[in-house]
Design a protein around this ligand. Structure first.
Ligand SMILES: Cc1cc2nc3c(=O)[nH]c(=O)nc-3n(C[C@H](O)[C@H](O)[C@H](O)COP(=O)(O)OP(=O)(O)OC[C@H]3O[C@@H](n4cnc5c(N)ncnc54)[C@H](O)[C@@H]3O)c2cc1C
Length: 265
């Protein structure tokens, strides 16, 4: 946690916002789920005490969704309630499609009480257009991502072209009609498109965020911030790093060589 806070603080000095994520997912016992929630509560105190401009991101299966909806909701509510009292935002990451409906149900129930709660939506899912419509009607802040899980062809677009096309459509919906959306991609073509689209319609640069992962496209992150955009960097930490790292390796094969080289260096 100390490392994550230090990195977030450095990002702030470079003009970037952060969102800190305690790595972990699919916990199998109530004790682990409650420990994750407790760690988030301490993280919120540290963010506040150190005056860091950071949100927190979390996964519902880390808070017990595989055990029961009630457990995940209870743990989430304790975090969101405390975050609200400290003026900090919380964003639910979106996991594989088998959790989408339950994640949205829990989100929409709590969003009625807590305005500091947002959620992610994945452009590769066919259902996301409808989900985003519903989320926008509820005034929710949505982080749009392409999607990082292996999904069957009956629920998700398979080709990069189709995913990118859907991302572009949903991104424009969110920028023009959403409430504080976050466009989370490192895709320079889509980022340029978002900028051009907002500019043409006279939408202020600060009405939406760009979000990227720590260490990816660092120059672009800083250039966007210098150009007056709000850029939020996802800072993951903690011992449960393997599933997150495997998703990053799947996204870009060169990362395997990067990893091997750094182990050997
Ligand atoms: C802030 C944030 C939060 C996210 N939250 C979620 C979530 O809740 N649920 C979910 O399913 N997914 C989430 N993701 C992951 C997302 O779904 C994509 O898998 C990931 O962002 C890669 O897609 P891309 O949009 O960057 O586009 P891509 O087309 O995959 O990549 C565009 C370019 O970015 C660079 N790039 C992309 N990925 C990498 C990498 N791993 N290493 C090095 N360079 C890379 C490459 O230059 C690549 O050509 C999140 C991503 C971000 C940035």
């Amino acid at each position: 946690m100390a490392d994550a806070l230090r990195v977030a603080s450095r990002l702030n000095r470079e003009g970037l916002l952060a969102t800190i994520d305690l790595l972990g997912e699919n916990v199998t016992c109530e004790r682990d789920a409650c420990e994750s929630a407790a760690e988030y509560l301490s993280l919120l105190d540290e963010i506040k005490d150190k005056g860091i401009a950071s949100a927190v991101s979390l996964k519902l299966t880390h808070l017990g969704l595989d055990l029961s909806d009630a457990l995940a909701k209870e743990n989430l509510e304790s975090i969101v309630k405390k975050a609200a009292s400290l003026g900090i935002s919380v964003r639910i990451d979106m996991e594989s499609s088998k959790y989408t409906q339950r994640t949205l149900d829990i989100f929409l129930r709590l969003r009625k009480e807590y305005e500091n709660l947002g959620v992610a939506a994945q452009a590769y899912l066919f259902r996301s257009a409808d989900d985003i419509k519903r989320l926008m009607e509820a005034g929710a802040s949505v982080r749009l991502v392409k999607g990082a899980y292996k999904e069957p062809p009956d629920v998700a677009f398979e080709s990069k072209e189709d995913v990118d096309r859907n991302f572009s459509i949903l991104m424009k919906e969110l920028i023009s009609r959403g409430s504080r959306p976050a466009i989370a991609t490192h895709d320079e073509r889509l980022i340029a498109e978002a900028r051009g689209f907002a500019q043409e319609r006279g939408i202020p640069k600060t009405d939406f965020d760009f979000e990227m992962l720590l260490g990816i496209k660092r120059t672009l992150q800083r250039d966007l911030a210098k150009a007056g955009y709000r850029v939020r960097v996802y800072v993951p930490y903690g011992p449960q790093w393997l599933p997150y790292m495997l998703r990053r390796l799947r996204e870009r094969r060169e990362n395997i060589w990067f990893l091997v080289k750094n182990v050997w260096d």
